[in-house]
Design a protein around this ligand. Structure first.
Ligand code: IFM
Length: 449
């Protein structure tokens, strides 16, 4: 079995991540309002096998047991998200104290276990009421987000010191409003670009609200970033690749770090355009304490008819169950790029991991050597980036638990812990013990004798 004996600086944060809709279940408990994912899952054909987050991992009720697992795993930090519809069931106005109480108990349990809570404020579960009023393409949704952020920060800000505003705005904006693959399932480029702008704007406003409400805390955003490589050195493929990179990656990084949208992205959405008002880009690009980067693989692109970019499946690379090529160098590439081009002061790898076909064998265990190999090689890529001077401060495995993988339902298992959904039994996989031993080994090495 491989061992990630890579060098990490002292204080490097090792963690694991989840998100609210993917693990919590309990969608009607304690006054939680409907979210766009509840509504989307109810549409025939929207999600594989008609799955939904209704029960998920029942983390809402079982979190004490899961925090015990985290303690056994030995992680320094746990990244989770807060469900807006639990806190403000109608999106704004009335606060549901029981929803806040849940996160209060979770944070206390984490701290009691010596685990640092990393809270994400938005991981795609918009209150349906706000979607009924137009959703993220409307500026009013960004305004409502600030009210929600202030409410959460006032309650948890005395104990949560690490905040991220949004998870992967590309997915919530583009997959939700332009391609329709995710909730709320709309497919309009104009809505997609307006949603992207308002999500980014709400991020900028939320940074200001967090700085005001919990001074001294660390605030960032989580952006997904996959390198985009041309399928050949044909100039048409190289150009197609540049276009995808602009719309998929640079739109978000340039806005957050440079206060400008790249022309190459804007020309692809024209005649639609982001509904920018004076001061918006300055708000979006407020200085951050860190950026979180989610990376799983790379994209391979060629030019199709009229130069339109077409994604190519890796012809002979190793693929995960998601059909994603295993490319540890992709993670190294994004980390060095973000450091070089955007001068980020502190970077966390907020998600990295792999879905494989996991089965529980008669010995009761789940043997997942491919996941161990994947994690080992990606951690090596992180260590190489650090050696090259990139300020990477932590790494979070996606995911602690198998969970609801959006439009794929429960078919894809990313967890270090196998979840037997009918019984909700948790079975730590071999990768869980591998990660635990890695963390134990580091701690032992750091302990003076
Ligand atoms: O499960 C998702 C997560 O919600 C966001 N980032 C990618 C993961 C794997 O697809």
């Amino acid at each position: 079995m491989q061992r990630a004996r890579h060098r990490f600086p002292s204080g490097f944060v090792f963690g694991a991540a989840t998100s609210a809709y993917q693990v919590e279940g309990a969608v009607t408990a304690d006054g939680r309002g409907e979210s766009i994912w509840d509504r989307f899952c109810a549409q025939p054909g929207a999600v594989r096998a008609g799955d939904s987050g209704e029960e998920a991992c029942d983390f809402y009720h079982r979190f004490p047991q899961d925090v015990e697992l985290m303690r056994e795993l030995g992680i320094d930090a746990f990244r989770f998200s807060i469900a807006w519809p639990r806190v403000l069931p109608e999106g704004r106005g009335r606060v549901e104290q029981r929803g806040l109480d849940f996160y209060d108990r979770l944070v206390d349990a984490l701290l009691e276990a010596g685990i640092r809570p990393f809270a994400t404020l938005y991981h795609w579960d918009l209150p349906q009421r706000l979607e009924d009023e137009g959703g993220w393409p409307e500026r009013a949704t960004a305004e409502a987000f600030v009210e929600y952020v202030e409410t959460v920060a006032e309650r948890l800000g005395d104990r949560v010191a690490d905040w991220t505003t949004h998870n992967e705005p590309f997915c919530s904006a583009w997959l939700g409003y332009a391609s329709g693959a995710h909730a709320p399932g709309r497919s309009s480029v104009a809505d997609g670009i307006a949603a992207a702008h308002h999500i980014l704007l709400s991020h900028g406003w939320a940074v200001e609200a967090l700085r005001r409400t919990c001074p001294g805390s660390s605030v960032g955003i989580v952006l997904d970033c996959w390198p985009v490589h041309p399928a050949s050195d044909d100039p048409a493929d190289v150009e197609a690749c540049r276009r995808v990179d602009a719309l998929r990656n640079r739109l978000y990084f340039d806005a957050v770090f440079r206060g400008a949208y790249p022309e190459e992205a804007l020309e692809q959405v024209a005649p639609a355009a982001p509904p920018i008002r004076d001061g918006d880009l300055a708000a979006i690009s407020r200085p951050l304490d860190f950026v979180g980067v989610n990376n799983y693989s790379r994209m391979l692109v060629r030019a199709g008819a009229d130069g339109v970019p077409v994604e190519v499946r890796a012809p002979q690379g190793r693929l995960t169950e998601m059909g994603w090529e295993v490319v540890p160098d992709a993670l190294h590439e994004v980390l060095t790029r973000i450091h070089r081009e955007y001068r980020a002061q502190r970077i966390y790898v907020t998600e990295n991991g792999a879905a494989f076909y996991d089965v529980r064998l008669h010995d009761g265990r789940v043997h997942d050597p491919e996941r161990i190999d994947y994690l080992d090689r990606h951690l090596a890529a992180v260590a190489r980036a650090i050696e090259a001077g990139v300020p990477v401060a932590g790494y979070f495995v996606w995911s602690l638990l198998d969970n609801f993988e959006w439009a794929h339902g429960y078919a894809k298992r990313f967890g270090l812990v196998y979840v037997d959904y009918p019984t909700q039994q948790r079975v730590p996989k071999d990768s869980f013990y591998w990660y635990r031993d890695l963390l134990t080994g580091r701690r032992a090495a750091a302990t003076p004798v």
